[in-house]
Design a protein around this ligand. Structure first.
Ligand code: AMP
Ligand code: TRP
Length: 329
């Protein structure tokens, strides 16, 4: 039996290179080795206000992006979270065993709630519990995500262990898979922050659907640190970030990337980097456009069906262990 992978992204904003390098690229690399489930987490999206028409569109667009990245529907299961109602049901159960204190420690809530807990939605607060539900429903072994999700993964592990201890062995305790390179791609404008969908300054992020001109302009405008050499250096996060992107776009090792730019200046480096990103994204963008709607619908329907079978079985076990019985169960 293959071990299982589960991961997902929210259908909000525009996906950027950070999302691809930190998450999607690794999903594609791991999908042959594991039985994989890749979810479009639309229930997570509504923890912040969304325009319904935009959300509907972005949900399908994200499925296209998964496919264009190389997630293969013949071997992986792609589905929309709201198609499998067990996600919301198990989230309720887990919210009864999660503690206020442990959720209060989640740093993403503090960021997204802008430090104002009084005004933040309750769903934003319990967001990591829904994420734990996503993962635990599938008896997931490995969760490939970027570094910003590490704390959420630890909560998922704690909830699984607590449930197993209180009600008997039920859940696989999941491990995070955080790639050694690319797990924290930084903003091109403010390298102290991660590249983010919700950044007000669009110049900080390279979106996967940006055209060649926009990409080139954003890279030319990227801030650089003092110094002139093109080298990895912890004290120079801006140049290290650009080199990381270059390395991952071209498949070079860090040493090869540095050697390639030995004796060259920032201007030369930025032109080559822009070219590498544009060339990398060109076929990807074509695949996004080419995807047929009917085919997409079928993939998502089949995916939901496969997911539901496993989710149902886990939830049934959870209810049985807890003594939750209805007239029909
Ligand atoms: P989200 O767009 O927040 O749903 O994130 C989808 C995936 O992308 C998650 O696994 C994140 O950890 C990952 N991710 C988001 N931003 C970055 C970043 N700047 N660098 C690396 N990975 C990221
Ligand atoms: N919280 C994740 C993010 O913002 C998205 C997500 C929801 C997720 N459920 C998940 C990721 C389960 C991995 C596994 O990026």
């Amino acid at each position: 039996m293959k071990k299982r992978i589960f991961s997902g992204a929210q259908p909000t904003g525009n996906l950027h290179l950070g999302n691809y390098l930190g998450a999607l690229k690794n999903w594609v690399n791991l999908q042959n080795e594991y039985e994989s489930f890749f979810c479009i987490v639309n229930l997570h999206a509504v923890t912040l206000p969304q325009n319904p028409e935009v959300l509907r569109q972005k949900t399908l667009d994200l499925a296209r992006i998964y496919l264009a990245s190389g997630v293969d529907p013949e071997i992986s299961t792609i589905f929309i979270q709201s198609d499998v109602s067990e996600h919301a049901e198990l989230a309720w159960i887990l919210s009864c065993i999660a503690r206020m204190g442990e959720l209060e420690r989640m740093t993403q809530f503090k960021d997204k709630g802008k430090g104002n807990a009084e005004r933040a939605g309750v769903g934003l607060f319990t967001y990591p519990v829904l994420m734990a539900s996503d993962i635990l429903l599938y008896q997931t072994h490995l969760v490939p995500v970027g570094k910003d999700q590490k704390q959420h993964l630890e909560l998922s592990r704690d909830l699984a262990e607590r449930f197993n201890r209180d009600f008997g062995e039920t859940f696989v305790v999941p491990e995070p898979f955080i790639p050694p390179v690319g797990a924290n791609i930084l903003s091109l404008q403010e390298p102290a922050k991660k590249m983010s969908k919700s950044d007000e300054n669009a110049n900080g992020s390279i979106f996967l659907l940006d055209d060649a001109d926009t990409i080139t302009k954003k890279i030319k405008r990227a801030v650089t640190d003092s110094g002139t050499t093109i080298e990895f250096d912890e004290a120079r996060p801006a140049i290290s970030n650009l080199l990381t992107i270059y390395q991952l776009m071209t498949g070079k090792t860090p040493a090869e990337a540095e050697a390639h730019f030995g004796g060259k200046g920032y201007g030369h480096f930025k032109s080559e980097l822009a070219e590498a990103v544009v060339e990398f994204l060109r076929p990807f963008q074509q695949r996004v456009k080419d995807f047929d709607d009917a085919e997409l619908n079928k993939i998502l329907k089949d995916g939901a069906e496969k997911a539901r079978l496993i989710a149902c079985e886990t939830l049934r076990d959870v209810y049985a262990k807890m003594g939750i019985v209805g007239a029909e169960t």
